[in-house]
Design a protein around this ligand. Structure first.
Ligand SMILES: [Zn+2]
Length: 201
């Protein structure tokens, strides 16, 4: 299976008014065609990778690559190449990637907005992911709430990577003992990035 590679696409051509064919000596029958290469991933073009030029004599059909042309034709062909821009669709993949990044940004902003609300109005069952004072990660689960305090059960386990917290967030890992914090204390732990995430089902 081909995941990535490169291809060329024809982007345009132009007739030369004065070039003389090196094969049949006919003047004014040389046509320059320009191709733009692009890298593709899963057949979606991602970005252009440079242009190539080819000449074709409309009279004798001789075709030449730029490096095979006489110097004057090389110059003309390179000028034609310069005029022709890589088509916008060869950037498709970049647009798709850009759109995905913007969407991810929205999603994460929304997540933070929800957390701000969870912080002020905790619910029983909320899970706070936090950093321990030995730089490990663990969780606490909200077990009870009063007007100004939150009571939590602590997870008996810690893990070294924040991305793996979900592995220890299991019902049987929570100790029976409960500890109380004022909502203000929870807020300042969140602001100081001790509590790094709030999850609610
Ligand atoms: Zn010719």
């Amino acid at each position: 299976m081909i995941i990535f590679g490169s291809r060329s696409a024809y982007i345009g051509s132009k007739m030369s008014t004065n070039a003389i064919c090196s094969n049949c000596q006919t003047q004014g029958k040389i046509r320059y065609s320009v191709f733009s290469g692009h890298a593709h991933v899963f057949w979606i073009p991602v970005f252009p990778m440079g242009k190539t030029g080819v000449s074709e004599c409309q009279h004798c059909k001789q075709t030449l690559r730029v490096r095979e042309m006489p110097p004057q034709m090389q110059q003309e062909c390179n000028a034609v190449k310069k005029e022709m821009k890589a088509p916008i669709w060869q950037f498709s993949g970049l647009f798709i990637i850009g759109a995905l990044i913007v969407l991810a940004g929205f999603a994460s902003k929304n997540d933070k907005k929800n957390e701000a609300e969870y912080l002020i109005k905790p619910l029983v069952g909320d899970i706070y992911d936090y950093k321990t004072n030995t730089d490990q990660y663990s969780t606490m689960k909200v077990a009870k709430i009063t007007t100004d305090s939150v009571f939590v059960q602590l997870n008996d386990y810690e893990i070294s990577r924040s991305s793996k917290i979900y592995k220890i967030d299991k019902e049987k890992n929570y100790a029976d003992a409960i500890y109380g914090y004022s909502i203000d204390e929870i807020k300042s732990m969140y602001n100081e990035r001790i509590i790094i995430d709030i999850d609610r089902d």
